[in-house]
Design a protein around this ligand. Structure first.
Ligand code: PMP
Length: 770
């Protein structure tokens, strides 16, 4: 058999010390002044004795002759560090020998004694309360989670710790798993050998290349049940052995705890128990995706380490076989289980990402599970998205798609500020608005401050969707006006609730018009005032008094329009004069998209009674808001106590605040103005060369481009082909307007010039080909 590298195994190769209990009693008295009977505890490479002096007692450890004193100092320094970092962690501390008082010098804690074969270091540790885990009895679910949490705390307490010898090379460190290869031939059963060989191959392929990227620090290295003392509820009350401490990947610490806790479980319970322990760990320290992906391989490597070292050592120390092989049966149970279910499945069971599903299969499942009313997938070849970053989406094949379509990720897909705000708050607290917490007030006050001076918009209700905000506005408007009539543009969309679907003509079936709803044509916006007067007249004729008019300041569903301020003012004034209230629906055009103002209504010089926000507000986290005046709210409150369970929860509030912060910090409104203008110029250049493109219009980064036939009439079919052609070339654009012939361009506001160039060039390429 080939021997492993000496540096990794010197402690394993050297003969363990063989002092008798009587000798150890004498040594303990001489060195530490502790007088009691010694009882030997099991150990693989050292000797450990419990000294019972009738009082607190202690544990004496006599080191192997191969032990490096600096490694003992590393252990001691780490324990002292943990005491400073987390004094409540129940770590057994070393005791100073007689005559020494320098508590800060780790070397003070290791006097020596001479044995027949040489000089051994001797340490005395405080005796911890608790008992060893009862053999064969498993931790219950709460104890499992608590165990994981204690391990995570241990890791946190060691984060700031460094010692040069922590870089030692050591076969028990999973980092050296491939150093086990020469030992594998000691495993007697060829089938077992094949399992270990296969797992080491897999380790070499998957873990070795990723190792440089795994989060690493000094870790305990063996937080196993054998190194823990438990109370009567199986909670850890003593951590007793730092002999495997090393600088390594943090996830290997979790792997060694798992290997210890799982090996006594019933097979059917292994993965469930593992997940609970991992939950406990993650209650303190979230695992990174790479750690979750590799955790099963690290766990398997740990088990391979156990069985390989034991097979190798038992040849040299047959008399200690019982101790050396104590963990083998459970380890083989796990290794056999992993072999049977396959490591990819083990990874999934432990929480790694599930494998991707083919797009066609996913579409079929979507149709089956979500039913027929759910909106159709966009594009002839649907986009199967995996992740997003800034203005980019990445599909299942890893292909990058420029997102010129989505106004929800206003500050860019997965912006770190928003993501972290959500994750942090989710970890800390998420509850509802019947309790006090700061984020909701911070958000409400930010929104009020963001309304124009003198608008009187001083009251905020945070809800969960644009629909809900518009719905609430409707209820308040009805309470205030006593009316039930609504006015909207003739292809508007304002949401999904029963009431708001009625004011969303875009969604009406052909020939449908609710009794109380009137519309104004939006294609010729100079007529908005006159259309409003006529609409009010029609309502009056039907005996309907005005309640609320809704206007999306971007006219997004109407094909993106840019009316003159006076024309919008004429609409609002005409409606108000008839007794109605006015809702500025900023769900599409708010949050700086129009480039000129934070809210699109400001560009029209009008002052709404209600402002509704949604889509971009949480950059994808569901959060929306209604902002109105206290007098309107007070009237509503006379008859209503409003509560929406998720509305304004702390996480939603944090997301919304982060979005406002990023828009400010990255000057995204200004960016929308500049890049939007440049993009329109480029699109006009393309339109000049391709008659299928007509008018190019918009404000900021909300842009509409007409697609027309040779007579200049709207051509929805051609627009559909263009949008599909862009999608094929990696640019995502939508369609809007009553004829679906308007290219809807509303990218995240982090859109830069280079993206505008790519967008316009790609459009030109699509048109050149058609
Ligand atoms: N108002 C406008 C202008 C919208 O575009 C939308 C959504 N497209 C809504 C309201 C409804 O918002 P939500 O989908 O969040 O209910």
């Amino acid at each position: 058999m080939t021997e492993p590298a000496a540096s990794a195994t010197s402690v394993l190769e050297a003969t363990p010390p063989r002092f008798t209990p009587a000798e150890v009693s004498a040594i303990a008295l001489e060195l530490f002044g502790i007088d009691g009977e010694a009882r030997e505890l099991g150990s693989e490479r050292d000797q450990a004795f419990m000294i019972d002096d009738g009082d607190a007692g202690g544990v004496v450890k006599i080191s192997n002759l191969g032990e490096d004193p600096e490694v003992l100092d590393l252990e001691t320094a780490a324990i002292l560090h943990i005491g400073r970092a987390d004094a409540d962690l129940p770590v057994a501390r070393p005791q100073l020998p007689l005559g020494l008082t320098d508590e800060s010098d780790p070397a003070s804690y290791r006097p020596t004694t001479d044995g027949p074969e040489g000089r051994h270091f001797v340490r005395l540790f405080e005796r911890m309360p608790g008992r060893a885990a009862a053999p064969g009895s498993d931790l219950d679910d709460r104890a499992l989670r608590a165990y994981g949490e204690t391990l995570a705390r241990l890791g946190i307490a060691l984060r700031g710790f460094f010692h040069p010898r922590a870089g030692r090379s050591f076969l028990w460190d999973t980092k050296n798993a491939l150093g086990l290869r020469p030992l594998v031939s000691s495993i007697p059963d060829p089938r077992h050998r094949a399992i270990v060989d296969g797992l080491l191959d897999r380790y070499e392929q998957r873990v070795t290349p990723a190792w440089p990227r795994l989060r690493s620090q000094v870790i305990h290295g063996d937080f196993a049940l054998d190194n823990a003392l438990l109370d009567d509820r199986d909670r850890v009350v003593g951590i007793i052995d730092f002999g495997d401490i090393v600088h390594s990947a943090l996830a290997t610490d979790l792997a060694s705890s798992l290997s210890s806790v799982l090996r006594t479980r019933d097979e059917e319970d292994v993965f469930r128990a593992a997940r609970l322990l991992i939950d406990g760990f993650q209650s303190r320290v979230g695992l990174e995706p790479l750690e979750l992906e590799l955790l099963p391989d690290l766990l398997a490597a740990r088990l391979c380490t156990i069985v390989s070292i034991s097979a190798w050592r038992v040849i040299s120390y047959p008399e200690n076989a019982e101790y050396i092989q104590a963990w083998d049966p459970g380890s083989w149970m796990l290794l056999n289980l992993f072999d049977r279910v396959g490591m990819d499945m083990v990874a999934q069971e432990l929480g790694a990402e599930r494998p991707r599903v083919a797009s066609a299969e996913l579409a079929k499942r979507r149709r089956q599970a979500l039913g027929s009313a759910i909106t159709a997938l966009t594009y002839s070849e649907p986009v199967h998205v995996q992740r997003g970053e800034g203005p980019w989406l990445f599909d299942a094949d890893g292909r990058r798609l420029l997102d010129v379509y989505n106004n929800v990720p206003v500050v860019g897909h997965c912006h770190p500020r928003v993501t972290e705000a959500v994750v942090r708050q989710t970890r800390t607290l998420n509850t509802h608005a019947r309790y006090l917490y700061e984020p909701l007030m911070d958000l409400a006050e930010r929104l009020i401050a963001a309304m124009p001076d003198g608008s009187g918009l001083d009251t905020v209700v945070v809800v969960n969707s644009g629909s809900e905000a518009n719905d609430l506005a409707w209820r308040i408007a009805k309470a205030r006006t006593g009316g039930s009539g609504a006015l909207v543009t003739d292809f508007a969309y304002h949401g999904v609730t029963t009431v708001i679907a009625e004011v969303s003509p875009e969604e009406w079936p052909a020939g449908y018009r609710p009794h109380g709803v009137e519309t104004v044509a939006a294609d010729d916006t100079t007529r908005l005032g006159a259309e409003t007067a006529a609409a009010v007249g029609r309502l009056r004729d039907r005996g309907v008094a005005p309640a609320a008019a809704y206007l999306d300041g971007g006219f997004t569903s109407d094909g993106v329009r840019t009316p003159a301020p006076a024309d919008v003012a004429a609409m609002v004034d005409g409606w108000r004069d008839a007794g109605g209230l006015f809702v500025g629906d900023e769900v599409q055009a708010g949050h700086g998209r129009t480039g000129d103002h934070m809210w699109s209504f400001q560009g029209f010089g009008i002052s709404p009674d209600f402002v509704t926000l949604g889509k971009p507000m949480g950059n994808g986290y569901p959060v929306a808001a209604l902002i109105t005046r206290a007098d309107l709210m007070d009237r509503f409150a006379e008859t209503t106590d409003f509560f929406s369970t998720f509305g304004g929860n702390p996480v939603a509030a944090r997301a919304a605040i982060a979005v406002l912060d990023v828009i400010r910090d990255e000057r995204l409104m200004e960016n929308a103005a500049v890049v939007g203008e440049a993009l329109r110029d480029r699109l006009r250049d393309v339109a000049a060369r391709h008659p299928v493109l007509g008018d190019v219009r918009g404000r900021g980064l909300l842009i509409g481009v007409d697609v027309v036939d040779t007579d200049g009439a709207p051509d929805g079919a051609a627009a559909g082909r263009i949008v599909d052609g862009l999608r094929q070339r990696g640019v995502l654009v939508g369609r809007t307007g009553p004829h679906s012939n308007v290219l809807k361009i509303r990218p995240p506001l982090v859109f830069a010039d280079e993206h505008a160039v790519l967008m316009a060039d790609t459009l030109a390429a699509v048109l050149a080909e058609s």
